[in-house]
Design a binder for this molecule. Structure first.
Ligand code: URP
Ligand code: ZN
Ligand code: ZN
Length: 473
């Protein structure tokens, strides 16, 4: 007898759409069959989800988020359990975070620490290993990379910006070469530190300090220069590379052209670059919309959709890191006369929520006719699983895969504002006022266990399972 059956739904995968019932046994999808044909396997203990008139899709995978991540002497407001809740309401069933490598916490230790923290969540989980140096000893580097690959952590992140965490180009080349040889993937936060520093000083010397200048301090060229550099390294070494959070049209063009030349590159953009522009940074609420890379022009926003449509960009992620406005403002000076905080674009903590909104932001693309539902599944679930090495265990609806799925009500309209989302009360602003998702996950299932049903979160603490990932070579 089945443990669970999802009955009467329209199954939507990255590749096709069809009517079927899905049967689950021992955490896995055991049957995908013609509607009604599994009824003989419904027993006394079988949970039945009626998906009539609804879509059934693979659970989303969030491969780019930051939780419990120290930043500017503060920390974001979620933990991995509260993050699981927000994520599950937004249709996410697995997530990946980043280790916090520092001078005193080497890569492997930082990975262990982060995985221990992630175990408190209710979603299946993994981590990307952050490298801030290649170290002095080539054998140590190779052993570290080998150990990570053996542990199922074959994906890395390096920053080309931010003194303290940014890595030198020579070290990037060394890590890229070893990663290629050992079956790992180097990913990059690509922004030019030199351009950002130069532009920041220039703007400050001109007395330009308001929020809107944050974008000018990191213009398109700031991202594109670093993307171009990494693509050059990847071409030189014939090594695979990944870009986190691309935002500039020039970067998308660079990736598109590099792919044509045979460079092994994959890249993501984020929900906010698909839906918001730098107009949001003007005015008193501009601070709420500060993230790196910054929001850009309407032309850039459209270029992100074009990149998704033609496959140049193969993932859409959230880059979620949730700070209250109060915390974002914590280091600002106060005007002695008015008592108001004085805008100063270099000071605030960067980062925005998005874990729960991601499905809705993609759905807005579906509602507008930019992408199909199948494409939503592809960029939100199937490609994250493929690129980060957990496909077909995750990222698809197939017999033998983990029973991670969502039931989406196409009639449910959800304005993407705080009262409909599940972030902690301390989150004191809305980013997506006026944005409504037509279609929303009403049931989220992870390995056959119902995490969200009837508006209620049922996920248990410490119920997520570590994903051991392996990349195709
Ligand atoms: O501003 C952002 N994106 N904060 C998160 C950290 C990062 O660089 O991805
Ligand atoms: Zn980043
Ligand atoms: Zn990030």
């Amino acid at each position: 007898m089945l443990d669970l059956i999802v009955r009467g739904g329209t199954v939507v995968t990255a590749f096709e759409t069809f009517q079927a019932d899905i049967g689950v046994t021992d955490e896995k999808i055991s049957h995908i069959a013609e509607a009604g044909s599994l009824d003989s396997l419904i027993g006394e203990h079988t949970r039945v989800i009626d998906a009539g008139g609804k879509y059934v899709m693979p659970g989303l995978i969030e491969p780019h988020m930051h939780v419990k991540a120290p930043f500017s002497n503060t920390i974001d407001m979620l933990d991995f359990y509260t993050a699981s809740k927000c994520a599950a309401f937004g249709g996410v069933t697995s997530f990946m975070d980043f280790s916090t490598t520092t001078k005193d916490t080497p890569v492997l230790k930082a990975v262990e620490e982060r995985l221990d923290e992630m175990a408190e969540g209710a979603l299946d989980y993994s981590v990307h290993a952050k490298f801030i140096t290649a170290g002095d000893d080539p054998d140590d580097l190779r052993n570290t990379v080998k150990t990570l690959v053996e542990k199922g952590v074959p994906t890395f992140k390096m920053f080309t910006i931010y003194p303290g965490v940014m890595i030198q180009d020579a070290d990037i080349l060394r890590i890229m070469e070893v990663a290629k040889e050992e079956g790992a993937l180097c990913g990059f936060h690509a922004e030019s530190n030199d351009i950002a520093q130069f532009m920041t000083q220039k703007l400050l010397s001109e007395g330009k300090t308001d929020w809107e200048y944050f974008n000018q301090a990191k213009p398109n060229a700031c991202e594109a220069e670093a993307v171009n550099r990494i693509l050059t390294f990847a071409g030189l070494l014939d090594a695979p590379v990944y870009f986190y959070h691309l935002s500039a049209k020039e970067s998308v063009n660079l990736v598109r052209e590099a792919k044509k030349r045979g460079v092994r590159v994959q890249a993501e953009t984020c929900g906010h670059y698909l839906t918001l522009t730098d107009a949001k940074n003007k005015g008193v609420d501009g601070i709420n919309y500060l993230m790196s890379p910054p929001l850009r022009s309407e032309e850039d926003r459209k270029a992100m959709w074009e990149g998704i449509k033609d496959g140049t960009l193969s993932l859409v992620t959230s880059d979620n890191e949730v700070f209250s406005r109060t915390v974002k403002e914590k280091d600002l000076e106060v005007n002695g006369d008015t008592g108001e905080k004085i805008p100063y674009f270099t000071t605030p903590v960067n980062g925005i929520p998005g874990l729960e909104e991601r499905f809705g932001l993609l759905m807005i693309g579906v509602n507008n006719g930019d992408i199909s539902l199948n494409k939503l599944v592809e960029v939100g679930s199937t490609n994250p699983a493929k690129v980060f090495g957990c496909y077909p265990q995750k990222g698809c609806l197939a017999v033998g895969s983990d029973a991670d799925l969502i039931v989406v009500d196409p009639e449910k309209n959800v304005p993407l504002v705080r009262e409909n989302l599940h972030y902690p009360e301390e989150l004191d602003y809305n980013l997506y006022e006026g944005f409504v998702s037509r279609g929303w996950p009403v049931c989220t299932v992870r390995r056959g266990e119902i995490l969200v049903e009837n508006g209620e979160f049922k996920g248990k603490r410490n119920s997520g399972r570590l994903l051991r990932r392996r990349l195709k070579r």
